[in-house]
Write a protein that binds this ligand. Structure first.
Ligand code: IVH
Length: 681
């Protein structure tokens, strides 16, 4: 294979990763004050490992990958483990597990049948326990795997650990390994107490458990209610070899001896069995009273384990199959500003691309300046981004310890980055806005909205085309669309005569759309398509609405003061009045047509015919099934998740991520009152 050339960027990244990992590792192991979560550490570690594998010439003896852990802090006496405490290789999905399986199977090609034991990977701190003639004589932390710290006094306080083995005739020497951890409720309680006392909070139960184990005052440890699951039994003299020839039997024996052994274990005969177990606990773990970050798959046969042995760091016979991180660290390369159709300036973090929950993330919204300030996100920062399922990625926090020197707090620009006109930010609002009605960004947004499905529904007038029309100066207002000719359109890139004519026809067809859609298409703040329908039922001509006072508008059932003011303000702007005049001249419907209902529509009114709804949050009066029944009765359909096909989001109190997604997709939101009004009409 050809040598791969090392670029400057790679060298720099390797350097940077080592610095980050060293810093985090020191904070964790020596100072007992973690600055990084394990999942994140794992990711960075892995990135470094991969780079070093790809460019072996970059490996140095002081790279963090060249050692197993950190030296223990000096307060406790250091003890060498009789048998090293290995850690586990990670697989992050079932494909990686399959590769791991391939690897060990190559070592024993003669083997046909085998069995795994799958266990939950408890997210705590590994400890080793030594029993002599059945009596607990020592407890140690994992340390660097070779030597750990003597925490016997602390271990004695853990009630799940027997002080004397429940055995008739105990062997001289028994080694038990397992995971010390804190239950979620205990963890919560500890953090509450720390908050009241003004102490720094533990980042997660794992750190809390590790910190507790290394408490010098064992009375504090006793109060913390540590828990323990045993998972390995070693009897060097092998007196009991016949009873512990498999991992499964070891676990049973541990249980008999008086240890707590996690009950959620399973024997697996195939990759499919492992996958089922992994999938089952991916959701099942959410209901457990403690944290798990994956499953551990071990070869059941202990003779086979011995045959396969260990690499430098890991057993070859076991692997940690981890659950996908929904959080990942990355770096903010730039903060850019997006200007939306309402003129809102939204800061966006441009990120170093990172894999997260199955997609590559390069950008995350920072919402507004208040959000940026509250987290103090700066260019150059290492940040944690979060993305669960389909949700839009978000920066959840900054790792200030990893901040490069000389950064400055982020400031919103004082001028719109698109039109260069001054922006405004009302003191009581989070949003900074460009208020220049002819700002190209606002205009583009307005045009796209105008042509959208629930507005004028102009087929073929998509975002790209609209942007081109604005950039070329062909269209400066929504009204200009109605002056377009096929010849003029034909001068655009990749625009044939036929297509140009089709577009002109589609634009002409939009003149038949009802007044309610025109009103919605104007994009007045807070006037979604439902409000537009409500308003046009009461104000059947544009003149009526344009002349109405906020009090008149507010008087309409379902229309609040915010909407009323937004509508009133909109009609006061001279440019908007000109727009209305031009639209009227172009022949758009600015008056409600008196509908003469047909015979069938009189007998079966279905106001929501063909509309797709999603419900989120708690509705003020209706239960979810009741709302669903109402929608269905009116001809609509209710689905579970937001997609481009969703027409309406019915929003109640404490709406969650669905609301965010709906906002991002520009889906119309409805309150219960609005729904009731439509249905009752
Ligand atoms: S077996 C020689 N089983 O995961 C292999 N480890 O990432 C010994 N862990 O250091 C480990 N639950 O602290 C094993 N059921 C389980 C586990 C488990 C949690 C931890 C353990 C280990 C780490 C490796």
């Amino acid at each position: 294979m050809d040598a791969v050339e090392v670029t400057q960027a790679v060298k720099q990244r390797v350097q940077e990763l080592r610095q980050l990992l060293d810093k985090a590792s020191y904070a964790y192991y020596v100072q007992d004050a973690p600055i990084m979560e394990d999942a994140i550490y794992d990711r960075l570690y892995r990135e470094l490992q991969d780079l070093e594998a790809q460019y072996p010439e970059l490996v140095t003896p002081d790279s963090i990958t060249q050692r197993v852990g950190e030296k223990p802090a000096t307060q406790f006496s250091s003890v060498r483990h009789n048998i090293p405490l290995y850690s586990l290789e990670n697989a992050f999905n079932i494909q990686e597990f399959a590769k791991w399986q391939e690897r060990w199977r190559r070592q024993v090609p003669e083997l046909n049948a085998f069995e795994y034991v799958a266990e939950l990977k408890i997210d705590g701190s590994a400890i080793a326990l030594t029993y002599e003639r059945g009596i607990l004589v020592r407890g140690t932390t994992r340390g660097d795997g070779i030597a750990g710290e003597d925490i016997t006094q602390n271990v004695r306080t853990i009630r799940a650990i027997p002080l004397r083995l429940n055995l008739e005739n105990p062997p001289t020497h028994v080694e038990v390994r397992g995971e010390a951890f804190l239950g979620l409720d205990v963890f919560k309680q500890i953090n509450q107490e720390r908050q009241q006392a003004g102490d720094q909070l533990f980042a997660n139960p794992r750190n809390a458990a590790a910190g507790t184990l290394r408490q010098l005052d064992s009375r504090i440890v006793a109060k913390r209610r540590l828990d323990f699951f045993a998972y390995t039994l070693q009897i060097p003299e092998k007196r009991d070899a016949e009873v512990a020839l498999t991992q499964w039997k070891s676990l049973e024996l541990l249980q008999k001896m008086g240890f707590k052994v996690n009950p959620n274990r399973k024997r697996c005969q195939s990759l499919e069995d492992v996958r089922d177990y992994y999938d089952e606990w991916n959701t099942g773990r959410l209901n457990l009273p403690y944290m798990t970050d994956g499953v551990v798959v071990k070869l059941n046969s202990i003779p086979l384990q011995e045959k396969l042995g260990f690499t430098q760091k890991f057993p070859r016979w076991a692997v940690a199959l981890k659950y996908a991180a929904e959080e990942a660290p990355t770096r903010v390369e730039k903060i850019s500003i997006n200007v939306g159709r309402t003129g809102a300036l939204t800061p966006l973090a441009e990120l170093q691309p990172v894999q997260l929950a199955g997609t590559t993330v390069q950008r995350a919204t920072l919402h507004n300046i208040d959000y940026v300030r509250s987290l103090d996100i700066r260019i150059g920062d290492t940040v944690i981004i979060h993305k669960a399922g389909e949700i839009i990625p978000e920066v959840v926090r900054v790792l200030p310890e990893l901040r490069p020197e000389g950064t400055q707090a982020f400031q919103m620009p004082t001028c719109c980055p698109v039109c260069n006109q001054p922006v405004v930010k009302p003191v009581d609002e989070a949003v900074t806005r460009c208020v220049n009605a002819s700002c190209p960004a606002i205009l583009k947004g307005a045009l796209v909205h105008w042509a959208s499905r629930n507005a004028l529904d102009i087929n073929g007038m998509g975002e790209k085309l609209m942007h081109q029309l604005v950039d070329k100066g062909v269209v400066n207002s929504v009204a200009d669309l109605y002056d377009l000719t096929a010849d003029r359109l034909g001068t655009l890139e990749r625009m044939g005569k036929k297509l140009a004519q089709k577009l002109v026809d589609a634009i002409a067809h939009s003149k038949t759309q009802p007044w309610s859609r025109v009103l919605y298409g104007l994009g007045i703040r807070h006037v979604g398509s439902v409000n537009a329908q409500t308003l046009t039922q009461k104000f059947t001509t544009v003149e009526q609405l344009a002349w109405a006072f906020p009090s008149d508008i507010k008087a309409v059932y379902g229309i609040g003061p915010e909407i009323a003011h937004a509508v009133y303000d909109w009609f006061q702007v001279p440019a908007n009045q000109t727009l209305i005049d031009r639209l009227k001249a172009a022949g758009l419907q600015l008056t409600a047509q008196v509908e003469t209902p047909s015979a069938e529509s009189r007998s079966v009114p279905s106001p929501l015919q063909g509309k797709t709804f999603v419900i989120t949050g708690t509705l003020p009066t209706l239960k979810r099934d009741e709302a669903k029944a109402l929608i269905e009765k009116a001809g609509g359909k209710v689905t579970g998740s937001i997609s481009a096909k969703t027409d309406y989001l019915l929003v109640g109190e404490d709406a969650g991520s669905k609301l965010e997604k709906a906002e991002a997709l520009g889906i119309t939101q409805l309150s219960e009152a609005e729904l009731l009004e439509i249905v009752e009409d």
